[in-house]
Design a protein around this ligand. Structure first.
Ligand code: FE2
Ligand code: FE2
Length: 483
């Protein structure tokens, strides 16, 4: 009998989708596998490929105990295809097909739209691993290195998840799309990743933490809306990915938090009370709070761009078709078809930011972005609590949504982080205070020295409160095999 909870290892590709009796798809995946391993092997620096890393691997899709921890060499990680269990009698939750049984196959009329959404989601997964490929070389601790690699192998698995859908449900062009996912590459001139934020560099660990906090959270929101899909295999895939994704944002939130902690503690120890006394603070080997704010500004605004245009007919079509829902669709109290509803979007009128009521169906992206902003502000509040506890007077905040935007109504306009429309001159003048400068980058880079001794941490980051899998503070999360 097909076991849909526990992962079966009877094929090269661990799965809970009965691959061993689905020869065609198994063959396609096996054909794709060497290219994937090749991509991984060329990407991650060689010494880490040989290291034993204390990783979690999914062994079940039961939310109560889905992972087991053990030492693994990353190229031997069992990337697999895992779908959350089928919900019996599941119906399409929104749009014009609302209430109809969820689709087990892709309806012909939505094939292209669906494929595009899956390809875009799939493209982000390897993109982030590419961006983070060199960070192991400067890991501030073995604990952090392990977290980096955990995120990396899971993003790799998310790629597998999307490739499975493409190969199983989209025939020949699905297989071609799957191949292209290994051809595009982050930052490449000829074949970049599809979305802007995935072509930016992740040059240092603070960027990595900001990325996993802000950009993985965009991923969470996208997965949440795809988990509502009327196409059941997509919904089940995304639901399981979300369980893994939570850890990525944990890495981000605690990483930024520990950076803040180290800064504030060092300031207190040195008797520095002014957070803007940047040079003195930097001399302590920690990252000053204003620079942390600038990094936050950058990653947050790049992530906002990932939500696309505030008003979007594509998003309306996807919702209407039942391909994509809203965040927590089931908990929203309306007709789930948005026949007469309106939604408030931000717009520009004569250089002024205004709120405008538009048909809610066209404002799906804006709504998801609003949900994201709420979700993202939680961690900022917790970071501020950390600062407060140390007695330092400083508060981080999310910049206004109009600041530093490349996509949407605010693109091409000069707004400061408070949302004031400013002249080009004033903008250029303010910029070094709002976004990381080259000098900031150089300074952060100067701190990026590896710290590979178990239980030791680089000066700029505090140890975590608890270990992964409840391991003690000096646990050797990565056994480095230095050839
Ligand atoms: Fe992912
Ligand atoms: Fe992620």
């Amino acid at each position: 009998m097909l076991d849909l909870i526990n992962v079966s290892y009877d094929t090269q590709i661990p799965n809970n989708v009965g691959l061993s009796s689905d020869k065609k798809v198994l063959k396609a995946l096996e054909k794709w596998h060497p290219g994937y391993i090749d991509w991984w092997n060329k990407l991650i620096p060689q010494n880490f490929q040989e290291s034993m890393v204390y990783l979690r691997t999914a062994v079940s899709v039961d939310p109560k105990g889905w992972a087991k921890f053990d030492y693994v060499k990353m190229p031997e990680y069992r990337w697999g295809v895992l779908l959350a269990p089928e919900v019996e009698g599941r119906v399409i939750p929104c749009g014009e097909h609302m209430g109809e049984p969820a689709w087990q196959e892709v309806p012909g009329e939505y094939r292209n739209l669906m494929k595009r959404l899956i390809v875009i989601q799939g493209d982000t997964e390897p993109g982030s691993v590419e961006q983070q490929r060199f960070l192991g070389l400067t890991a501030p601790s073995l604990y952090d290195m392990r977290n980096l690699f955990q995120v990396n192998v899971e993003e790799g698995r998310h790629l597998w998840a999307m490739v499975y859908l493409l190969q199983k449900y989209f025939g020949k062009d699905g297989r071609e799309e799957a191949d292209d996912l290994l051809i595009r590459s982050s930052g490449s001139e000829e074949a970049p990743r599809m979305l802007g934020a995935f072509n930016e560099e992740t040059p240092d660990w603070l960027s990595f933490f900001m990325f996993t906090y802000f950009t993985d959270r965009d991923g969470k929101m996208q997965l949440e809306s795809l988990a509502q899909s009327g196409f059941d295999p997509l919904s089940r895939t995304c639901r399981f990915m979300l369980t893994e994704e939570a850890h990525h944002m944990f890495v981000g939130e605690t990483g930024v938090g520990r950076t803040i902690q180290a800064t504030c503690e060092a300031m207190n120890k040195a008797g520095i009370t002014d957070p803007y006394d940047v040079n003195k603070i930097r001399d302590l080997g920690v990252i000053d709070l204003p620079t942390i704010q600038k990094k936050l500004n950058l990653h947050y605004t790049l992530s906002l761009d990932l939500f696309g245009q505030e008003i979007s007919t594509n998003a309306a079509n996807a919702f209407n078709a039942g391909i994509k829902g809203r965040y927590m669709e089931g908990r929203i109290d309306d007709d789930h078809q948005l026949k007469n509803d309106t939604y408030k979007v931000l717009d520009l009128e004569d250089g002024k930011i205004v709120e405008k009521d538009v048909p809610a169906l066209t404002a799906i992206n804006m709504r998801l972005r609003d949900d994201y902003v709420r979700d993202a502000s939680g961690g900022v509040g917790r970071w501020n609590k950390l600062i407060e506890k140390t007695g330092i007077e400083f508060a981080l905040k999310l910049p206004h949504q109009s600041f530093n935007r490349q996509i949407g109504v605010f693109a091409g306009h000069n707004f400061d982080p408070d949302g004031n429309h400013v002249s080009g001159d004033a903008f250029d003048k303010g910029l070094p205070n709002w976004l990381p400068t080259h000098a900031d980058g150089d300074f952060i880079q100067s701190l990026m020295k590896p710290c590979y001794e178990p239980g030791k941490f680089a000066s700029w980051i505090a140890p975590p409160k608890v270990g992964i899998d409840n391991k003690p503070g000096d646990f050797e999360y990565v056994k480095l095999h230095m050839a």
